[in-house]
Write a protein that binds this ligand. Sequence first.
Ligand code: ZN
Length: 279
Amino acid sequence: MSRDLNVGMGPAGGAATSAASPSSEMLEPGNTLSSWTWPHNARAAVSLSYDDGNPSNLDETIPDLESVGFRGTFYLHVGRRDVQQRAADWRAAHLRGHEMGNHTVRHAGRGEPYIKRDGRLPDWMPLPLERFTPQMIADEVAAAADWLQENIGPDPDRTFAYPCGSVAIGDPPDERSYDAAVLRHHFAARVGDAAVNDPWSLDLLRIASFDGGGNDPAPLIAPCEQALAFGGWTVLGFHTTQRPAHPALLAHLRAGPFWVAPVKTVARYVEAARRMQPG
Ligand SMILES: [Zn+2]
């Protein structure tokens, strides 16, 4: 696949930023940051995230990552029995540098897309976000944050992934975001949205991600290549991973000008680098 190194526009309509000549790894005070720079002279950032806490992430995904020296972000749905049963393994992975993020206790999403013809919700969605009050969702996010703190260990940089990418509670027209509940415990959060993140304009509570499904590496590699066009940040969101697609993606990233790091690490970098911007 050819790499498009032309200057491009950010997906959120942000300023066009040249990634052609990253000047320095260090961001000095007073640096105008006329072009975004990533650590290690990388020309794009990539974060690999894995949702729900499937056991195969421990047995297959993490060994794949570690074989090339990468660290990923694992958004644990902590109400799952099989997540709780392997808490020690998740904790060990955390101690080796992987991020264990918050994906709530009950994994509630919006019910509306799943309402059946008889007007009822499927059995696997007993409590959709439409029925949550602000207090209920605050308790839900807090309970998962507490579980992670106790079972995985404290991590002030830990990020959140909105289950099903849904950011609102309540019924229309009274829908409201539950960002406030998330912000009480986390400085950044991931959604879906299938876009490359523009580090200049990115809302850290709306970090976009591409679906990492399938067993063809090409659709996984393509959004990483897109990020090279303007020095952006691509996040992939997997559930389970498949071979050979996942190792093929990792080999591609290893060989390219990418900074591969957990969501929390890149988000903290973006936060700090933007703070250096004059004005
Ligand atoms: Zn999920």
